[in-house]
Write a protein that binds this ligand. Structure first.
Ligand code: SAH
Length: 223
C-alpha cells in the first residue's frame, strides 16, 4: 500500500470523521479501508488538492470518481468478507476497486473506456493492489463470465435496469449493489440472490454517469 505523509493522514482522518462517520457509515472494516487507501493515488493531478473533498471528481473522458461517501455507502451495503470474489463494473480511476482489495477481496474490475482501463490498472498497481485487482477492458453490462460466479457485484455507473448477465453471474447467496434509474438520476438497489432468483430492494437516491453498453444505455440516446 502506498505510504501517506502526515498531511495526507490528517486529511484522510478528517474525511472519514466528517463525511463518513458523521453521516452514519458504521462498518469498522469500511472505515479502516477508507482511512488506509490513498485517494491521491487515483485522482488526476489537476484535482490533487481536492482528493479528500466531499464531491465526485473528474477523470479523463468526462467520467467521474465517486464522492467518498458514495464509495463508503456502496461498500458498506455490499458486506465484503475476506477472500470474496468481487466483480466491479466501471473501474473509472480504480479507487473503488482498491478499497475492495484492501478489505481482502479478489477483484475483477471491468472498464469500457480503453484509456481509463490503462490508467486504472497503473494506479491500482502503484497503490500496491496489483495482485488483488484485475482491470480488464470490456462492456461490463455483459459481466466477465470467465471468472463467474461472483460473491459480490458492484456497478458504479447508472443502469436502466439490472443487467441480465450480472444476475446470472452472481453466486447464490451473493449480493449486488447497482444504481438503477434514468440517465441522470438513479436509486441504489441492493440485489440478493436466493436459489436462482434475484430480488432487488431500492435504497437511497444517487447520480452516476450512464452505464453504456449492450444491456445498458446506448451512446446515441439523449443526454
Ligand atoms: N468506480 C469508479 C468510478 C466509476 S465512474 C472509481 O472508483 O473511480 C463510471 C465508469 O463506468 C466510467 O469510467 C465509465 O467509462 C464506465 N462505464 C460506463 N459504461 C460501462 C460499461 N458498459 N462497462 C464498463 N464500464 C463502463
Amino acid at each position: 500500500m502506498s505510504l501517506m505523509d502526515r498531511a495526507e493522514q490528517i486529511a484522510v482522518q478528517h474525511m472519514v470523521a466528517s463525511q463518513l462517520r458523521n453521516r452514519g457509515i458504521e462498518d469498522a472494516a469500511v472505515l479502516r479501508a477508507m482511512s488506509r487507501v490513498s485517494r491521491r493515488a487515483f485522482v488526476p493531478d489537476a484535482s490533487l488538492a481536492d482528493a479528500y473533498s466531499d464531491q465526485p471528481l473528474p477523470t479523463a473522458a468526462g467520467q467521474t470518481i465517486s464522492q467518498p461517501y458514495m464509495v463508503a455507502a456502496m461498500t458498506e451495503l455490499l458486506c465484503v468478507e475476506l477472500g470474496q470474489r468481487i466483480l466491479e463494473i466501471g473501474s473509472g480511476s480504480g479507487y473503488q476497486a482498491a478499497i475492495l482489495a484492501s478489505m481482502g477481496a479478489m477483484v475483477v474490475s471491468v472498464e469500457s473506456n480503453p484509456a481509463l482501463t490503462e490508467r486504472a490498472r497503473e494506479a491500482v498497481a502503484r497503490a500496491g493492489f496489483g495482485d488483488a485487482v484485475d482491470v480488464v477492458q470490456a462492456d461490463g453490462t455483459l459481466g466477465w463470465p470467465s471468472r463467474a460466479p461472483y460473491d459480490r457485484i458492484i456497478v458504479t455507473a447508472g443502469a436502466p435496469r439490472v443487467p441480465r448477465a450480472l444476475q446470472n453471474q452472481l453466486a447464490v447467496g451473493g449480493r449486488m449493489v447497482v444504481p438503477v434509474g434514468d440517465r441522470k438520476r438513479q436509486r441504489l438497489y441492493l440485489v440478493g440472490k436466493e436459489q436462482s432468483r434475484c430480488t432487488p430492494t431500492p435504497g437511497m437516491g444517487c447520480r452516476f454517469v450512464p452505464l453504456v453498453g449492450v444491456d445498458g444505455w446506448s451512446v446515441a440516446e439523449g443526454d
